[in-house]
Design a protein around this ligand. Structure first.
Ligand code: ADP
Ligand code: MG
Length: 269
């Protein structure tokens, strides 16, 4: 049987560098919510980074800034050594064109808590369609690749189903296959198992572990500390819009430097 390992095409040289990311939301004219206060993060090729931390600490915003779903007020995003975005004092000094932005989002795959599959398309089309549009693949090649990927996430038999007839765990595996279909260099996961029944999470985590083993570069926001311990090379603890602590799982989870980390871990476990 094929595994996720066969399906992944890791691109040598993929590396992500976030420097000084700052983001403030203005929910009303006179309200300011500083959400990122200077986030620095380097991700090496093939590295798996688990991002943990309290709700509201800016984890999702950091991921969204990485593929520019959200535009940082300041700081920079480098992909593969290329400066793809930079802003100073709220003004972008380097900003991708619409075409470059589309290519950036192809290179940085993202999986959300809520799956976001196209409900009126079959599972197969969900995984095949964007390949035609984004990569210019023929319909036949796209379908072939979609079937490979569906098999690698254990859903070959669901190709013809509509997404909403699937369990949450199955839908999330389709979403992962769909992101992988664009041959991303990095995968971002934002609490991929939080909306899934506990007993169905294990299959999703197994697929993610397979991807990690295959050498995919990944950032995973998660509350699954067992997964973080076993799969992540590094754990990044977010607090109030900054990286408070960062290190190997054994250090951050077992011997954190900060009481805030210790208290968080005690509350989660
Ligand atoms: P986390 O993922 O760590 O829970 P988020 O990045 O989702 O944190 O959110 C951090 C803070 O930013 C929260 O206080 C949230 O309410 C606020 N926030 C996020 N997105 C927006 C937005 N589009 N407009 C206003 N506030 C936002
Ligand atoms: Mg979040």
């Amino acid at each position: 049987a094929r595994t996720a390992l066969d399906a992944v095409q890791t691109t040598p040289g993929a590396v992500l560098r976030l420097s000084g990311l700052t983001k403030t939301f203005h929910p009303h004219r006179h309200a300011e919510v500083p959400v990122l206060r200077g986030v620095d993060l380097d991700v090496r090729r093939g590295e798996v980074v688990a991002m943990i931390g309290p709700s509201g600490s800016g984890k999702s915003t950091a991921l969204r800034c990485t593929n520019l779903l959200e535009r940082p007020d300041a700081g920079s995003v480098r992909l593969d050594g290329d400066l793809v975005f930079e802003a100073v004092d709220g003004a972008a000094t380097v900003c991708p064109s619409v075409r470059e932005l589309r290519e950036l989002r192809r290179r940085i795959g993202m999986v959300f808590q809520g799956f976001h599959l196209f409900p009126t398309m079959s599972v197969l089309d969900n995984v095949a369609m964007s390949q035609v549009r984004s990569l210019g693949r023929s319909r036949d090649a796209a379908v072939r690749r979609a079937r490979e990927l569906l098999e690698s996430v254990g859903l070959a038999d669901k190709a013809g189903a509509r997404p909403l007839t699937l369990s949450g765990g199955q839908q999330q595996r389709v979403a992962i296959a769909r992101a992988l279909a664009l041959d991303p260099e990095i995968m971002l996961f934002d609490e991929p198992t939080s909306a899934i029944d506990p007993e169905l999470r294990i299959e999703v985590l197994r697929v993610m572990r397979g991807l990690a083993d295959a050498g995919m570069t990944m950032i995973v926001v998660t509350h699954e500390l067992g997964f973080a311990r076993q799969v992540a090379d590094r754990i990044v603890f977010f607090d109030a819009g900054t990286v408070l602590e960062c290190g190997p799982p054994g250090q951050v989870l077992d011997d954190p430097r900060h009481d805030r980390v210790r208290n968080f871990l005690a509350a989660v476990e």
